[in-house]
Design a protein around this ligand. Sequence first.
Ligand SMILES: C[S@@+](CC[C@H](N)C(=O)[O-])C[C@H]1O[C@@H](n2cnc3c(N)ncnc32)[C@H](O)[C@@H]1O
Length: 432
Amino acid sequence: MEAILDIETIGARGDAVARHEGERVFVDDALPGERHRLRLEPADRQGRRGRSLERLVTSPERVTPPCPHYADCGGCALQHWRAESYEAWKRDRVVEALARVGLGDVPVAALESVPPASRRRARFTARQTREGTVVGFHQRRGAWITAISECRVLQPSLARLPGLLAPLLEAFPPPRGKALDISATHSDTGVDLWIRHERHPPPDGLARLAAFAEAADLARLSWGGRTPEILIERRRPAIRVAGLALEPPPDAFLQATPASAETMMALTLAGLGEARHVADLFAGIGMLSVALLERGRVTAIDQDRGMLAALEAAGRAGGRSDRLEVRVRDLMRRPLVAAELAAFDAVVLDPPRAGARAQAETLAEAVNVDTVVSLSCNPATFARDARLLVDGGYRMGTVTPIDQFLWSAHVEMVAVFRRAPPDGMPAASSLE
Ligand SMILES: C[S@@+](CC[C@H](N)C(=O)[O-])C[C@H]1O[C@@H](n2cnc3c(N)ncnc32)[C@H](O)[C@@H]1O
């Protein structure tokens, strides 16, 4: 079925939205103000899609996408939109999420941008096809893979990997009909690669992998379906932060770009002010903890033992063990309770997309914690948890959105919450 529809807006997943008989229709490669002749597809779990057959009215905000793979690669959704409009839309995602929970009056700063070619983590996919092994990113729709020959988002050391991996994987083909995932991290000492193959390489395959690691100048190569087995380590992958060398385990979480990590660290340090003992919750490998260690004591908590071990080792090697404590704990099931939180002047919260509802609830009761710095990659759960903190007596400061995932629909954000002084008391800042 065909229809001529006007595009009204860009939706939360980064696709354009039109309306047909009251129902929303999602369209790729379209912009607000445009009119498209669309083929309407049957609705599925994610709603109804319209495939553009012809663009009848073009937005003045349309630009030529810089990437040659943009038409089908699922990595980027919004390269065809003028930068100012794209950035305003991203910022609005945060403004709207806050408004939905009654925090529409909280100031939201302009979007902090990150440069292209700076993303330091990627997850590629490989598949066997009749033409050979294809390595790249999932296409926007369907199960196909776009073979990547260049990428405007990734660090060059990562962008060249699909071209190098495709011939290698002819010798280690992905299982027929199945996708093979490959995780790659750019570290200061070189690329850390994990080929998530279920089948162990045959003994004579190891020499080929070693030659590949040499030719590609990898720091480390790991193998294995569920858990990585390190096959080759030419150099230990390391990330230097605040004078310490963090050595991440294969596929450890890392903030996506060095520039966004710097911005997050600067906002966190500024927000914490003079706090002497900080709980870094959902600390991961401790990117924020190491910056905080320069000022005082840190207790870093996360459920991932491997990442905390890397943080602990970095603290030891850098002579900061006396100020650093790490604790393995599931903070969703067992958030720190008010009595435990009383040990800290301030808390940093940086949960996964699901947010930190349980922890925000106990923070709302923790009257001794003056400052909470909240970082998030999901406007909806960020706003939900912010509401809990505000209802618990915190004042919320300006939110800074960060464009950590360039040209995607994702946005990172940071805000500082401070306990309002009891009635009749002067604000903390005037006591200093
Ligand atoms: C957004 S990352 C934050 C990483 C860290 N703050 C940084 O800057 O590198 C989210 C972290 O939450 C951790 N996490 C996820 N679920 C958790 C849970 N139930 N309890 C504790 N930590 C959890 C993950 O291991 C991950 O390190």
